[in-house]
Ligand binder design. Structure first.
Ligand SMILES: *[C@@H]1O[C@H](CO)[C@@H](O)[C@H](O)[C@H]1NC(C)=O
Ligand SMILES: *[C@@H]1O[C@H](CO)[C@@H](O)[C@H](O)[C@H]1NC(C)=O
Ligand SMILES: *[C@@H]1O[C@H](CO)[C@@H](O)[C@H](O)[C@H]1NC(C)=O
Ligand SMILES: *[C@@H]1O[C@H](CO)[C@@H](O)[C@H](O)[C@H]1NC(C)=O
Ligand SMILES: *[C@@H]1O[C@H](CO)[C@@H](O)[C@H](O)[C@H]1NC(C)=O
Length: 399
């Protein structure tokens, strides 16, 4: 049994390693990156120093005055620690709850959520504090989980590709917690660390990557931004299974620049779901109002950099809510900012009808900002088609 697992693990490692090597070669990095010495160095060196590798590459003075006109610089707030200041987990279940009758009748997953809801912040396992040095026009932030490295790979090759065009810098980050299963934690963590050595685009915190912990990911991101990231003009935040057009997003932002901008696929008066079978079911003991505040689907939305600090402050006044995009809507309500509905964000509903033209039509994708939902192969194909010499009177079937 043990032998078998070991073999499997070795197989997984080897495959991943090959994939990475091929990618590295394709990206034109110097050969010999993985000599034995280098490998040893990678294994032994500590993660948090990853930033040293990249800082000298950043270019602080490039920002052209012409482009500046579109994006006003974020005013710096100094009321934040200089680095991630949570260094130990001190989180015990809230035993006050177990005595309450409404609590004892709740479903186990909600009990679990409530028992640890007060544990607000966790230590970082992988940090990349250098990521936000200098001015960034669009920071692309992707919610990911440790086992989905194929999705991260294809995002890095398509919409998450870091680049600088006309003085506009695009950077990408992936947000992760820890693996849900014990064996995944043992096997995948090392691979994630290699991945981060190569790309330097991972933020990982020491909490379980469960569905109800997505809100935890949201508040950790806001806190991280508040510490490390002040020169960002706009942020795109979304899932790892969507199609995104950074060009269309930038074009939209140029015409709609505002320090309070928050735009996406907005639901104005969504009702909490009370059917227990539904993934988004919420018992009245957790939320007893008839409607949620307006919120944008978490599959993908954009917001102005200066809004992040306000959202962080607002988030600290609220208790965590198990649905992350609704939670962000609650934060927006606190600071009195209305999210803007934009037709170019398709984060709800499209997948329902698999035969819908919208699922296959590159000319449809060409005009969108975000479309839910495309997995790696389909995403790569669609990306290539949209970026080929597409004549938009002609139909192409790809899915
Ligand atoms: C954890 O919290 C408890 C009380 O909340 C405190 O007594 C204890 O010293 C803390 N431990 C650490 C390591 O911070
Ligand atoms: C539990 O109740 C005590 C007394 O009311 C309170 O001080 C404490 O903060 C509560 N614990 C949590 C985790 O809320
Ligand atoms: C969230 O993560 C923490 C830390 O890993 C864990 O104790 C807690 O059970 C998780 N919560 C849920 C609802 O999965
Ligand atoms: C709804 O919940 C709030 C806070 O959780 C509570 O103060 C209020 O009494 C509840 N309202 C009803 C009608 O149950
Ligand atoms: C795409 O169009 C451009 C200009 O219209 C042309 O220069 C280029 O060769 C075309 N590429 C392909 C692959 O057809």
């Amino acid at each position: 049994m043990f032998q078998w697992k070991k073999k499997l693990y070795r197989g997984v490692c080897l495959t991943f390693f090959l994939a990475i090597t091929v990618t590295v070669l394709q990206r034109g990095s110097p050969p010999g990156l993985f000599t034995q010495d280098e490998q040893k160095r990678l294994e032994s060196s500590e993660l948090l120093s990853a930033h040293k590798r990249e800082t000298h590459l950043s270019n602080d003075g490039f920002w052209a005055p012409k482009a500046d006109r579109l994006f006003t610089e974020t005013p710096y707030n100094t009321d934040h620690p200089s680095e991630w200041d949570i260094i130990s987990i001190n989180c015990t279940a809230n035993s006050n709850l177990t005595k309450l009758s409404w609590f004892t009748t709740l479903e186990p997953n909600f009990q679990q959520f409530l028992l640890y809801r007060h544990c607000r912040y966790f230590p970082m396992i992988i940090n990349n504090p250098q990521k936000c040095s200098g001015s960034i026009t669009l920071l692309i932030v992707v919610k990911s989980i440790i086992t989905q490295h194929d999705r991260r790979e294809v995002i890095r090759k398509t919409w998450g590709k870091e680049k600088e065009v006309d003085g506009k810098k695009i950077k990408t980050l992936f947000l992760l917690g820890t693996a849900m299963k014990e064996d995944e934690r043992a096997n995948y963590q090392k691979l994630l660390e290699y991945e981060n050595k190569i790309y330097g685009d991972i933020l990982q915190w020491d909490f379980l990557d469960s569905f109800f912990n997505l809100t935890l990911k949201e508040v950790h991101f806001l806190k991280w931004m508040n510490i490390y990231c002040h020169g960002v003009h706009y942020i795109f935040k979304g899932d790892d299974d969507v199609y995104v057009s950074p060009n269309n997003i930038l074009e939209y932002l140029e015409g709609n620049s505002s320090p309070d901008l928050f735009a996406g696929d907005v639901l104005q008066k969504a009702r909490p779901i009370r059917k227990k079978e539904n993934k988004y079911y919420i018992p009245t003991s957790l939320y007893n109002k008839s409607h949620y505040p307006p919120y944008a689907g978490g599959g993908g939305f954009v917001m102005a950099g200066p809004l992040v600090h306000k959202l962080y402050k607002a988030s600290e006044t609220l208790e965590l809510y198990p649905i992350d995009d609704v939670f962000l809507g609650m934060c927006l309500e606190v600071i009195n900012v209305s999210p803007i509905m934009h037709e170019g964000f398709k984060t709800f509903g499209i997948v329902k009808n698999k035969n819908s033209k919208m699922n296959k039509e590159p000319c449809f994708f060409k005009n969108m900002l975000v479309v839910h939902k495309l997995l790696p192969d389909d995403l790569m194909n669609m990306w290539k088609l949209v970026h080929s010499n597409l004549t938009c009177s002609q139909k192409v079937n790809i899915l």
